[in-house]
Design a protein around this ligand. Sequence first.
Ligand code: A2P
Length: 317
Amino acid sequence: ATTVTLARTGQKMPLVSFGLWKVTNEICADTVYNAIKSGYRLFDGACDYGNEKEAGEGVRRAIVDGLVKREELFITTKLWNTFHSKEHVASAARKQLQDWGLEYFDLFLIHFPVSLEYVDPNHRYPPAWWGDDKKVHTSNDTIQETWTAMEQLVDDGLAKNIGISNFSGQSIIDILRYARYAPQVLQIEIHPYLTQEPLVKLCQVLGIAVTAYSSLGPQGYIELGMDKSLPSLLSHSSVIQIAEAHAKTPAQVILRWATQRNIAVIPKSNNQERLTQNVQCIGFDLSKADMKTISSLNQDLRLNDPAEIDPRLAIFA
Ligand code: A2P
């Protein structure tokens, strides 16, 4: 399979897609255009990535040049934490649609289960975790209020599917108690150092599709210069051995390990050769033993933890 089928709408979501986090503004439009040329159909954005206009420009050019039709693309983006209250959800989504130059999103996710005080986009955009005083200001909006406003986006045709990101199992169960539309997708950090088996299993039981971010593990954080002492995954001897046995690259093996678990991946690359390599990570199968070897690298290593920004944001505790 090259897609996962979303439960409520039956829409097919590609298993291998392109993540826009850390794609710089200068190259974003060309990167999206070239990715479409290389076969990517899903792009995963967010307003705090600060490149939605440029990504939209790449999409627009690809459509004008006849490479792809809008309905063949699957555009995902996310609601930032400062827009959680019911009067801000739709206006945030409309602004993002305008930036992309689109009439609807295929998937709109709540980025984090964290509500922050509203900051007017005319004052600061793209949004951030911090206020002008460099402090985090949490707000009292409940996830129920936000989810109800997200459901309205579906009713109003702004989003075909809605979902969540960085939510725990307990918070998913909670949403299901009041949801008119269950979340279609959960996007979380997953890689061989953070295999997330219980949460993935819960989603599979509940019929919620799972997307992995940071699927190449520390690579995307080494790029940010966050921590140079992080253990490498692409040069791990077990990964290299499996890659050699299948005549694939270590990155392809790690991406295949996820997709073989029916988990969608969204690796980012600024490099055309790696971008092509990544989209070609299906079309071979890892053995049960390979899958087990890679899963056994788990060390519950969470690289994206908002508690490092502010201890009150310990959402995974
Ligand atoms: P680059 O853009 O230079 O290719 P993320 O985890 O946020 O999706 O980021 C992926 C990280 O892994 C980026 O730093 C990216 O750097 C790198 N990367 C992407 N594809 C490959 C690949 N096939 N081989 C090695 N590194 C890769």
